[in-house]
Design a protein around this ligand. Structure first.
Ligand code: F6P
Length: 538
């Protein structure tokens, strides 16, 4: 990596001082959802239907002017060239380099090593059980890929353990034959407490079962090979990722070893190919037809102009249930910032809360709130035209439900229509007038519809890359760094201090992080630290 901190472009101006922002806000307020106009964008095998978003020619013009004012083209070029994009940590965010068809030698070498490892394991029919231990970005992408393509089960029994809660590792190991279990430790930093503690339990479990060389059954994927080595993992079992890959973007690295073992190396290769296609689309397509850019700008209208505090992700595909937490981490860890790159408050609302669930379960869980709640939220519907099962009626119902929910959110139902409905049902007028009010839907609730021809590794890769780039565009406009996560780091530091206190260490213990002594706790935390500490007294 040749970039240095000084390569970072000039700090962006605060948004409110930009005339282009004011013009964008005005245009967004004046725009409307045009229910009679179809607005489709095609990108790397996906179709993005933006008809459910506010639009107008003025809004498009202002969006492009705003991007120009934010030096978007330059920043995108720098991102894709691996220059420093993560200013607060002085490093690149070069996940796109991992999916290149002709990558650098070191990336190619790790890819080869991973594929060789899988080939060897498959040819020996080894490792009937895989326990993947990792959290956040070292977990969600792999979980998503394995559930997307292994939803019917795989010949290898794959378990995921992320949580520090001991029940997670207990359940993750329960019932497995230790002699044929491979433990995959995925941790970019190789310092994450959850992963290391769970890994330790797994090693003990192997040892207790009489496995002669437990470390021979551990694999580590990390940007800190020396730490994995010190932990005892043999060199041949250490797969590298790099400092210039953010943790939440590491699905494109050897972290996907578990995916390859579970559902095949061709799945990983297909995902990389789909993501590369989306990278090319993002890099080369004019803004008006550029799916990540259009999604991003619509999202900014919804969040920063219309004030929607959240975005709902509704994959109408059972196999994509894990898309929700994946996007949740990607968006919330990236855009959950309110300090701009110049160190000042951003002063407009930034990243929304991301939540959701696969349809149709979601309809019977929280769609009522989306339809008639006082706040509402924009929704990203994701659906596949074609299913892989043998029951077309099921797929027809799934598609019908997806379209119907979206249409209801979009069009709403007026009081007059509801009244007609009640009258047609034979109600007396008084009751009809009363009940009609309960049946009104405001409508005009924004949505995207993302259509995959079918769920393949390629379309999944393309979908994930589209969201990644959307996040980047939004960060550029808001003027924030999408690649750090200082908030999470702070919690980790406090947890370390409280751990020491629960272990009975003196509140002023030197080992405790500065500023984290018992006397600094609020009354409630101090009470519970003291109470819980009693449970650990020997
Ligand atoms: O939650 C913070 C975070 O650093 C994520 O960004 C990351 O994906 C996760 O923790 C796990 O980190 P690591 O891969 O270093 O164990």
């Amino acid at each position: 990596m040749s970039a240095t901190a000084s390569d970072h472009p000039p700090l962006p101006l605060p948004l409110p001082r930009l005339p282009e922002w004011a013009a964008f806000v005005e245009a967004a307020k004046a725009a409307s959802i045009r229910v009679n106009e179809l607005r489709l964008v095609t990108a790397a095998g996906l179709q993005l239907d933006l008809s459910g978003q506010r639009q107008s020619p003025a809004l498009s013009t202002c969006a492009e002017a705003l991007l120009d004012a934010r030096h978007f083209d330059t920043l995108r070029t720098q991102l894709l060239a691996g220059q420093i994009a993560n200013a607060t940590e002085s490093r690149a965010a070069w996940h796109t380099a991992l999916r290149e068809p002709a990558p650098t030698n070191e990336v190619a070498a790790e890819r080869r090593r991973m594929n060789d490892f899988v080939r060897m394991a498959d040819s020996e029919r080894r490792w009937r059980n895989i326990v993947h231990i990792g959290i956040g970005g070292s977990d969600w992408g792999v979980r998503l890929a394995v559930s997307a393509f292994g939803y019917q089960g795989t010949w290898r029994n794959v378990r995921f353990v992320a949580n520090i809660d001991g029940h997670a590792i207990a359940g993750g190991l329960a019932g497995l034959d230790p002699r044929d279990t491979l433990i995959v430790l995925a941790s970019k930093s190789f310092t994450t407490a959850e992963t290391l503690q769970n890994g330790q339990r797994a090693v003990e479990w192997l040892r207790a079962a009489g496995v002669a060389n437990p470390m021979g059954q551990i694999v580590a994927i990390t940007a800190k090979p020396e730490a994995a080595r010190a932990w005892g993992v043999p060199d041949a079992h250490i797969f590298k990722l790099w400092d210039w890959v953010g943790g939440r973007f590491s699905v494109w690295s050897s972290v996907s070893l578990t995916t390859a073992l579970a559902v095949g190396s061709e799945v990983v290769a297909g995902m990389l190919a789909g993501a590369v296609a989306m990278d090319a689309h993002f890099a080369q397509t004019p803004a008006a037809e550029n799916a990540p850019i259009q999604m991003a700008m619509a999202g900014i209208v919804n969040r920063s102009v219309l004030g929607y505090g959240s975005l709902n992700i509704a994959p109408y595909d059972f196999r994509l249930a894990n898309l929700v937490p994946y996007i949740q981490q990607l968006e919330m860890e990236s855009l959950g910032k309110s300090t701009a790159l110049d160190g000042q408050p951003v002063s407009v609302p930034t990243g929304p809360a991301i939540w959701g669930m696969q349809g149709t379960d979601a309809q019977h869980t929280f769609f009522q709130w989306l339809h008639q709640g006082s706040d509402g939220a924009p929704v990203d519907f994701v659906v596949c035209r074609q299913a892989e099962h043998d029951w077309p009626e099921h797929h027809k119902s799934l598609l019908a439900n997806c379209l119907a929910q979206r249409e209801a959110l979009l069009r709403g139902k007026t009081y007059e229509a509801a009244l007609d409905e009640c009258v047609a049902e034979g109600m007396p007028m008084d009751k009809a007038r009363w009940l009609a009010r309960h049946r009104v839907h405001t409508g005009g609730r924004p949505s995207n519809l993302i259509v995959l021809p079918s769920l393949t590794p390629y379309t999944l890769g393309s979908l994930l890359a589209m969201y990644e780039h959307k996040v980047f565009v939004q960060a550029v406009v808001w003027g924030i760094n999408p690649f750090d996560q200082w908030g999470v780091e702070y919690g980790k530091v406090l947890a370390k201090g409280i751990m020491a206190e629960l272990s009975g260490d003196d509140a002023d213990n030197q080992a405790m992080p500065a500023g984290n002594t018992a006397s600094h706790h609020d009354a409630s935390t101090a009470h519970w630290v003291k109470t819980f500490a009693k449970s650990f007294k020997v």
